[in-house]
Design a protein around this ligand. Structure first.
Ligand code: PMP
Length: 398
């Protein structure tokens, strides 16, 4: 503990990623993991990326290995702007900044917008990576519960009035960790509350394209364009290893974001940007996304069927229309951390709810990932997990 005195205050309170810790255990042979947040590697378009890579070296040559500009590779920014235009969203190319994953977008937004104790509304449960990224800038988190109906409007209004937030962080489509999508009615109500304020709403949307059923809902960018910052990513639709994401922000903020980006890493990896762009030019992304959603949709259905069949009736769960996760709620008083201890012995892993909350500890909720586990393994894993739940309920009642 000799070094403790050396650390900056801003890192002393930030927890290590619990998910990364348990992912280590997931590598043990024979373990069934519903814990990861990974896209399914079987669906990576390896051949297309290999071809795109060769083409980039053949056509661009040495320049692809040179330093480049901080805003990102222009043709890639143009592609992203054009995709938004197809969805009816007005996004000028200049408002797109390529980042090293949307995770860096969160960090850059923290850097440019958060002073100590600034109010920041965050979903509860919320994306762990955002809690971690923002924590470094020491905001005052204002957690607002999210249910299948979207954000709790009463609590949202209260936090807006009393907390005087500068920022609102949302994942309105197939949220990580809950799989919930805010219905349009909820989005409109939130937009009405935010529209005449100076508050900025971050719409983090890495899963939006992975819809396997239902109707797509309206982007906040459409409802309150001046208040909305978009975050996007190719991690779930192409591959995460390239670390390519983006921020869409108004011009005044963009100036500051570019300074922060330069200070952080000068620019995003140029080779990855060029390869992904070439891949997008030579392949139909929508066709590729259809393959992903077909597979995830099937795995989600299998998981829901197994939950209905094997879990005790008191356990409830969300029914995602897209994305990679669902969220289960155990009976009151049953700790998901206790369940984790028990089920890890049976070689089944998931993420207990605790790290997704700002304050609550020992919660009765958990995240289940279905994107990386095939149908047969889902059944075996859920059956085993159900046994552990039953055991824990009996033990707790005794
Ligand atoms: N936001 C959310 C809600 C996520 O789930 C993730 C990845 N797990 C990210 C952002 C970061 O993704 P990336 O940096 O790979 O774009």
């Amino acid at each position: 503990k000799l070094m403790n005195k050396l650390f900056a205050d801003r890192v002393t309170d930030v927890p290590r990623s619990f998910i990364r810790e348990i992912l280590k255990d997931a590598l043990l042979p024979g373990t069934i993991s519903f814990a990861g947040g990974l896209p399914n590697r079987e669906l990576f378009p390896l051949e297309g990326i290999q071809k795109a890579t060769n083409k980039v070296f053949d056509t661009i040559g040495k320049d692809v290995l040179q330093y480049s500009n901080s805003e990102g590779y222009l043709p890639l920014r143009e592609y992203i702007a054009a995709q938004y235009a197809k969805q009816g969203l007005s996004v000028p190319v200049e408002s797109v900044l390529i980042t090293s994953g949307s995770q860096q977008g969160l960090d850059l937004l923290g850097k440019t917008l958060i002073n100590d104790n600034d109010g920041l509304i965050i979903e509860e449960p919320g994306y762990l990576g955002a809690i971690q990224a923002f924590s470094l800038y020491r905001p005052k988190f204002l957690p607002v519960p999210v249910t299948s109906a979207g954000m709790d409007l009463e609590k949202f209004k209260k936090s807006m009035n009393e907390g005087k937030p500068k920022l609102i962080y949302t994942v309105p489509n197939f949220q990580n960790p809950s799989g919930i999508t805010y219905p349009n009615k909820n989005r409109e109500a939130i937009a009405n509350i935010v529209k005449d304020t100076k508050c900025l709403l971050i719409e983090d949307n890495p899963y939006g394209d992975l819809r396997f059923e239902g109707e797509s809902q309206t982007s906040f960018k459409k409802l309150i364009p001046d208040n909305t910052i978009l975050l996007g990513s190719f991690s779930k639709t192409v591959v995460p290893g390239f670390r390519i994401g983006w921020i869409v922000a108004p011009s005044e903020l963009m100036e500051k974001l570019i300074i922060a980006k330069q200070a952080s890493d000068l620019h995003t990896n140029q080779l990855s940007q060029c390869i992904i762009h070439q891949f997008l030019m030579d392949n139909d992304l929508n066709e590729h996304i259809k393959k992903i959603t077909k597979s995830y949709g099937h795995q989600k259905n299998v998981m829901i069927e197994c939950l209905e069949k094997y879990f005790p009736k008191e356990v409830t769960f969300t029914r995602p229309e897209g994305g990679m996760f669902l969220w289960a709620t155990l009976p009151k008083g049953i700790s998901a951390l206790d369940l984790f201890q028990l089920s890890a012995k049976e070689k089944v892993l998931f993420v207990p709810g605790d790290p997704f909350y700002i304050n609550n500890k020992g919660v009765n909720t958990l995240r289940l990932n279905y994107s990386c586990v095939d149908a047969e393994t889902i059944e075996i894993g859920i059956k085993r997990l159900a046994q552990s739940i039953k055991l824990l309920i009996e033990k707790t009642i005794d």
